[in-house]
Design a protein around this ligand. Structure first.
Ligand SMILES: Cc1cc2nc3c(=O)[nH]c(=O)nc-3n(C[C@H](O)[C@H](O)[C@H](O)COP(=O)(O)OP(=O)(O)OC[C@H]3O[C@@H](n4cnc5c(N)ncnc54)[C@H](O)[C@@H]3O)c2cc1C
Length: 439
C-alpha cells in the first residue's frame, strides 16, 4: 500500500513538505486539506497586493499540486468538518501546516476602541481574505499610527498611502481600493520601540517608500546614530550591511521637509504605545519615550500624544491551540522535536516554529519532516483508507470540497475578470467562490 499523508494547510510550509515528500517517496499519496477554497496561505492572503512578483512563487506550488499523487481538498476545515483524530484514522501520517493566522493582541488600555485593528485583520482585508471581507477599519481620517518596525508594518503603511494608480496595478479588491482612495489620510506614523538600527524592516521595503507617487518618507535626524555602534560589533557581515544600508536610507530621508508630496510616512523610533485615547472610537495614541539598554527598549517615564483616527498594531501573529494536538501556550506553537509531534503527527512552518521568517524559511521544515516520514514508515503504508475514506466522510457530512481543478477554474475567472492593469480580480467570499463553481 502506498503511504497516505494528509497535509493540513496549503501555505508555503505545506507545499514545501509535499514537494520534498514527492522526492523522498514518489509513490506516496498526498492530500492537501485547506479551510479556504483557495490555496497558498499567506502568499495569497498576507504578502502585499502591490508585491506581485513575490506572489509568483505560487506558480511553483501549482506544479506540485498538479503532480499525479497529489490531491487538494479546499473548503475543508480541520476540526470543523473532520477532527484531527479522524484524520489520524484515515491517513498514515498527518502534517499540520496551519500557520499562525491570528493577531497578537495589543493589551494597552483603550485597545478595544473602534479604529484599532491588528495587522492580520487589516492585511487580510486588503488582500481579500474571506474572513475579513466585512472589516470596517474607519478610514475617514487624516492621520494613522502603525505600531511595529517590521516588513508587515511597512506593508500596511505603504498600502494605506498608495495612490489610486498604484492600487489599480495591485490585486487589492475593488471595495478596499475605493475605501483607501476615498480616505483623506495624509500622515502615517510608524512607531518602533527601539532605534533605527534595531528596526526589522529590510532595505528593499524601506527604499520603496521613496518611490511612492504621493508619499514622502520623513525621519528626524536627531533619532539617527552616527554609526551602528559597539553593540553591533558581533553581527555577521550580512546583517551589518543590512543595518548600515537602512541607516543610509534613513539619513537620506531625513533631508525631506514633508512638502515634496501630499502625503507623509513618518518613521518614528524610541516610542512604545501605552494607551489608546478617545471615546468609542480612536482619537489618539499615547506613547512613552524609550531608550535602548543592552538591546532592549526601556521606558523613560516621559509620554507624548499623537492625534490619530486609526491604530494598526503590527506586533506579531499567533496560533490558536488545535483540538486533539498538544499546545505550548508560552510559545504559541505545537510542541515538537524538529517537526515530530507524536506518532504519525508532524508540524511544519509557523505552527511549528512560530511566526517568523520569510517564505523560503519554511522549506527546511518540509525537507526535515519528509525525511522523518520516509524513515518512520520503512514498509510503506498500513491499511488506512486515505483519500477514499476522506471523500466518503465528506460526502456523508455534505461538505462541498473544492478540488484543485475547481480552484483552477476560479483562478481563470479571477484572471479574466481583472480590469485595467490589475493582475486579477479576487473572489472575496467563500459563497462567491462556490456560486461561481456551482451556479
Ligand atoms: C502580512 C505578511 C506579509 C508577508 N510578506 C512576505 C513577503 O513579502 N516575503 C516573504 O518572503 N515572506 C513574507 N511573509 C512570511 C510568509 O508569508 C510566511 O513565512 C509563510 O506564509 C508561513 O507559511 P505557513 O505555511 O506556515 O503558513 P500560512 O502561509 O499561514 O499557511 C497556512 C494555511 O493553513 C490554512 N489553515 C489554517 N487553519 C486551518 C484549518 N483548521 N484547516 C485547514 N486549513 C487551515 C490557512 O488557510 C492557510 O492556507 C509575510 C507574512 C505576513 C504575515
Amino acid at each position: 500500500m502506498p503511504l497516505s499523508i494528509a497535509i493540513i494547510g496549503s501555505g508555503p510550509a505545506g507545499f514545501y513538505t509535499a514537494d520534498a515528500l514527492m522526492r523522498a517517496c514518489p509513490e506516496c499519496e498526498i492530500n492537501f486539506i485547506e479551510r479556504l477554497p483557495s490555496p497558498y496561505g499567506l502568499i495569497r492572503g498576507g504578502v502585499a497586493p502591490d508585491h506581485q512578483t513575490t506572489k509568483k512563487v505560487a506558480k511553483k506550488y501549482e506544479r506540485t499540486a498538479l503532480m499525479e499523487h497529489v490531491d487538494y481538498y479546499g473548503n475543508v476545515e480541520l476540526n470543523r468538518d473532520v477532527s484531527l483524530q479522524e484524520f489520524s484514522e484515515l491517513y498514515d501520517a498527518v502534517v499540520l501546516a496551519v500557520g499562525a493566522p491570528n493577531d497578537k493582541k495589543m493589551t494597552i488600555p483603550g485597545s478595544d476602541k473602534y479604529g484599532v485593528v491588528g495587522s492580520a485583520a487589516f492585511v487580510g482585508w486588503y488582500n481579500g481574505h474571506p474572513d475579513f471581507r466585512d472589516l470596517d477599519p474607519g478610514l475617514n481620517i487624516d492621520t494613522a499610527a502603525v505600531i511595529g518596525n517590521g516588513n508587515v508594518a511597512m506593508d500596511v503603511a505603504r498600502v494605506l498611502l498608495r495612490s489610486p494608480e498604484g492600487l489599480a496595478k495591485s490585486d487589492v479588491p475593488d471595495h478596499v481600493a475605493a475605501r483607501i482612495s476615498a480616505s483623506p489620510i495624509k500622515d502615517v506614523y510608524m512607531y518602533g520601540r527601539r532605534g533605527p538600527v534595531e528596526a526589522k524592516f529590510t532595505n528593499v521595503e524601506l527604499r520603496e517608500i521613496k518611490n511612492l507617487n504621493h508619499t514622502v518618507p520623513m525621519v528626524r535626524a536627531e533619532q539617527l546614530p552616527d554609526d551602528l555602534g559597539a553593540a553591533f560589533g558581533n553581527l555577521d557581515s550580512r546583517d551589518r550591511r543590512l543595518r548600515e544600508r537602512n541607516l543610509k536610507s534613513l539619513r537620506e530621508y531625513a533631508a525631506f521637509t514633508g512638502e515634496e508630496k501630499p502625503k507623509r510616512l513618518h518613521f518614528e523610533f524610541y516610542a512604545s504605545p501605552v494607551e489608546i485615547l478617545g471615546g468609542e472610537r480612536v482619537e489618539g495614541l499615547r506613547l512613552e519615550k524609550t531608550r535602548v539598554v543592552d538591546g532592549r527598549a526601556e521606558g523613560t517615564g516621559e509620554t507624548f500624544d499623537l492625534a490619530c483616527g486609526l491604530v494598526v498594531a503590527a506586533i506579531g501573529y499567533r496560533s490558536d491551540p488545535i483540538e486533539g494536538a498538544p499546545y505550548d501556550e508560552a510559545r504559541g506553537i505545537i510542541p515538537n522535536k524538529e517537526g515530530r509531534v507524536s506518532e504519525g503527527l508532524y508540524a511544519v512552518g509557523w505552527i511549528k516554529r512560530g511566526p517568523s521568517g520569510v517564505i523560503s524559511s519554511n522549506r527546511p521544515d518540509g525537507e526535515i519532516v519528509a525525511g522523518f516520514i520516509h524513515d518512520d514508515f520503512p514498509n510503506g503504508g498500513g491499511n488506512k483508507p486515505g483519500r477514499a475514506g476522506l471523500e466518503k466522510l465528506l460526502k456523508e457530512r455534505d461538505v462541498r470540497w473544492v478540488s484543485f481543478a475547481d480552484w483552477q477554474k476560479l483562478e481563470a475567472m479571477e484572471l479574466e475578470n481583472a480590469e485595467g492593469p490589475a493582475p486579477r480580480k479576487k473572489f472575496v467570499t467563500i459563497e462567491e467562490m462556490l456560486n461561481a463553481l456551482d451556479g
